[in-house]
Write a protein that binds this ligand. Structure first.
Ligand SMILES: [Zn+2]
Length: 359
């Protein structure tokens, strides 16, 4: 059993004037209180009077989570899980509604939310955070569930993270699926924004740079969701265990390619993708195994000899004659090879590959 957590992003939709007023009050009072707390002014009468104007559990949550309060920084309102209620309704405005605790309204404030569809019976709601961004309110809902991971697998889906593409996946046995390439656009997005940022910094317009950064991050995150969803789908269809490299080898492999290239590649969101893959896989009962990447880019996936990389993206082996082979496919195959038939996965789960087409 593993416990898997994820965050569901919800937007508060069309709150009435009165509800907005309540929300803003709860928020402003809490922010003021935190600033006084920062300066140790909790003995002032104003602190005591503010304290009466914010829901007490909301204050406790904030003091628990925000240890070092920064000057003038706005903090989300964090709700204790047992005080939050989500309902599915037939309401015209929205299917989902949340009830949050505030001092302003007894019994809680009901707000319509827009979110991805979710199944309540499936998981438990945890601490969640409400915050304001450009005059809109959002709720980041943390949910968790206990998952029983599958115990037997009959194929391996391995992924090598690359520079031109975010990743390439290979299936063992290979007859089940041809290698798939993912996320070529990620490097493009990085490069485009890298250029824009440079132009803007010449003009010294810092605010725009920050906005572009957020836009870039959103686009990249969308790509990563798309990539991870596709991989999980392939793994589900073929009952595969997912094998990934442990990321340590990446830094050395980008050495000596020029500063600009390094800046783009070292900013590639490999870690973010790995995290996403892990929780999405586990969420669906699929195991993720991480193996040492050492040697996977220079070993021949057919005969295990040491091969050559005459140029970027190409792999040659003089021993078995493998020539002009895609280096990323070679790498992904080697990563998959580290987990073989009869392999005992954690807590006794096993992998059995069919005789034909074994790795
Ligand atoms: Zn070979």
């Amino acid at each position: 059993m593993v416990c898997v957590r994820k965050t569901i992003k919800c937007k508060i939709i069309k709150p009435t004037e009165l509800k907005l007023k309540h929300l803003n009050k709860e928020n402003n009072n809490l922010q003021e209180l935190l600033q006084l707390e920062k300066f140790g002014l909790d003995l002032l009468p104003i602190y005591r009077s503010l304290k009466k104007k914010v829901y007490s559990a909301n204050i406790q949550q904030a003091l628990r989570f925000y240890k070092k309060i920064k000057l003038n920084k706005e903090y989300p309102i964090s709700f204790r899980k047992d005080l939050l209620e989500i309902r599915k309704t037939n309401n015209k405005l929205s299917e989902y509604w949340v009830k949050i605790p505030t001092k302003q309204r007894k019994g809680g404030l009901k707000l319509a939310i827009k979110s991805q569809p979710f199944l309540f019976e499936d998981y438990e709601i945890c601490e969640s955070k409400l915050f304001k961004k450009k005059n809109n309110w959002f709720l980041n809902l943390t949910v968790q569930k206990e998952v029983e991971l599958n115990n037997t697998y009959d194929s391996v889906l391995s992924l090598d993270l690359g520079q031109k593409y975010m990743g390439v996946s290979v299936m063992h046995p290979s007859a089940l699926m041809t290698p798939k390439f993912y996320g070529k656009e990620v490097r493009g997005i990085r490069r485009k924004y890298d250029y824009i940022r440079k132009q803007l910094s010449k003009k010294k317009v810092l605010k725009e740079i920050k906005n572009f950064g957020q836009k870039e991050q959103r686009k990249v995150t969308d790509c990563l969701h798309n990539i991870s969803n596709r991989i999980i789908e392939f793994a589900q269809t073929n009952n595969s265990v997912i094998v990934l490299g442990n990321l340590k080898g990446l830094r050395s492999s980008v050495k000596g390619k020029g500063r600009k290239f390094n800046r783009i590649v070292s900013n590639m969101p490999y870690y973010q993708l790995t995290q996403m893959l892990e929780y999405k896989a586990n969420w669906n009962g699929i195991r993720v195994v991480k193996v040492n990447e050492r040697g996977t880019s220079h070993t021949c996936c057919k005969c295990s000899s040491k091969g050559l990389r005459p140029k970027q993206g190409v792999f040659n082996c003089s021993v078995c004659g493998l020539k002009d082979f895609n280096a990323d496919i070679n790498g992904a195959t080697n990563i998959g090879n580290k987990v073989s038939s009869g392999y005992i996965l954690e807590d006794g789960a096993t992998l059995t590959l069919p005789e034909t087409g074994a790795i």
